[in-house]
Design a protein around this ligand. Structure first.
Ligand SMILES: Cc1cc2nc3c(=O)[nH]c(=O)nc-3n(C[C@H](O)[C@H](O)[C@H](O)COP(=O)(O)O)c2cc1C
Length: 198
């Protein structure tokens, strides 16, 4: 059994819902399990730290989670066209893994949620890929053989799944957005399995 890490930050729950669907796609591949992890918010007071266990939801990610997993799905809400600070803060703690090349050769994909349709989904997804490329990960998007990429009227991009949550962040995921989340999970897990058997 190999784990694929689904690591995300979510303030209002949209990115968290996408993470669950990606996990469903991962677990549809025999021999693969999803390991879901989040990161704590960052504080303006540098000395303040969050409790080591979250009040609810998945546990906080550790470097061991990244080390042990065969692949990674990384998700963040869009913040000014970029990933959210808590996730970036966590990524900046991974220098030890970068130095040892621990993530090199592992498959990875990214996902995001925005308020507005043209509020920066693609820029966020591309920005999230950059640290993964520095780590030597095999960054994957979604192919147009996924029919929802052509039919979607909301989120869903070749760079990775996305969701348009609306200004109140309450708009439910559309069927196309959901299908593309599941597709990314499945794709990551299938590639991780094939790499393992090489
Ligand atoms: C500081 C901040 C910046 C944001 N920047 C953008 C943005 O650039 N484009 C956009 O469409 N939405 C933006 N949003 C809205 C979030 O991306 C959106 O509500 C997202 O769906 C939240 O995901 P979550 O439910 O996982 O927290 C921003 C929200 C915050 C708090």
């Amino acid at each position: 059994m190999q784990d694929i890490l689904v690591l995300y930050y979510s303030r209002h729950g949209a990115t968290a819902q996408m993470a669950q669907l990606i996990a469903r796609g991962i677990e549809s591949v025999p021999g693969c399990a999803a390991r879901i992890r989040t990161v704590p918010p960052v504080s303006a007071v540098c000395a303040a730290t969050a409790d080591s266990i979250p009040d609810d939801g998945p546990p906080y990610a550790s470097l061991e989670d990244l080390q042990e997993c065969a692949g990674l799905a990384l998700g963040s809400p869009t913040r000014f066209g970029n990933m959210a600070a808590p996730l970036k803060y966590f990524i900046e703690s991974t220098s030890r893994l970068w130095l040892s090349g621990t993530l090199a050769g592992k498959p990875a994909g990214v996902f995001t949620s925005t308020s507005s349709m043209h509020g920066g989904q693609e820029t966020t997804l591309l920005a999230m890929m950059l640290p993964l490329l520095h780590h030597g990960m095999l960054v994957m998007g979604l192919p147009y053989t996924e029919p929802e990429l052509l039919s979607t009227t909301s989120g869903g991009t070749p760079y990775g799944p996305s969701h348009t949550a609306g200004t109140d962040s309450k708009r439910p995921l559309t069927d196309a957005e959901k299908a593309l989340c599941v597709a990314l999970g499945k794709r990551l897990a299938s590639v991780a399995s094939r790499l393992q058997s090489d």
